[in-house]
Design a protein around this ligand. Structure first.
Ligand code: MG
Length: 153
């Protein structure tokens, strides 16, 4: 067994589509990023890479590389899954931090979509606000933490 931890934070900006866990969320602002800015999938990717001892998301998808511009994070995840294919995903636990939009009502559908992207692995998504504190609390950003448990397949 191996455990991996991932964290990510992206700025909320006008003129972008909000994508979280591979799902489009109806909101006037979206997450800035070289990719689609999917903060949840980025945290999960780093947790997967951490558990498998395979570096981090920036090694694989450098934001200096134009070929990754606008890439769907679900595609990045599929590539990483291929590279950790000698592991089985036992559990994925995610905590989203967002002041807006309120993600509580979407957490189950987000979890179901992430599970689908992970080939049916168990996924739990928790949604919290930052109680008005810091960049998340100021509605400038959305952050995400993820823990992944892997077992040798
Ligand atoms: Mg990111």
């Amino acid at each position: 067994m191996a455990t991996g931890f991932g964290f990510d934070i992206h700025r909320l900006v006008a003129g972008r589509t909000l994508v979280i866990g591979g799902l489009k969320i109806d909101h006037p602002r979206g997450l800035e990023g070289h990719s689609d800015g999917d903060v949840l999938l980025h945290a999960v990717i780093d947790a997967l890479l951490g558990a498998a001892g395979k570096g981090d998301i920036g090694d694989r998808f450098p934001d200096s590389d134009p070929k990754f511009k606008g890439i769907a994070s679900a595609k990045m995840l599929a590539s990483v899954l291929h590279d950790v294919g000698d592991w089985r995903i036992v559990n994925v636990d995610v905590t989203l931090l967002a002041e807006e939009p309120k993600l509580g009502p979407r957490k189950r559908s987000i979890a179901a979509n992430v599970s689908k992207l992970l080939g049916g692995a168990p996924v739990n998504v928790k949604a919290k606000t930052a109680e008005g504190l810091g960049p998340v609390g100021n509605r400038e950003a959305i952050a995400c933490f993820a823990v992944v448990e892997l077992a040798k397949a």
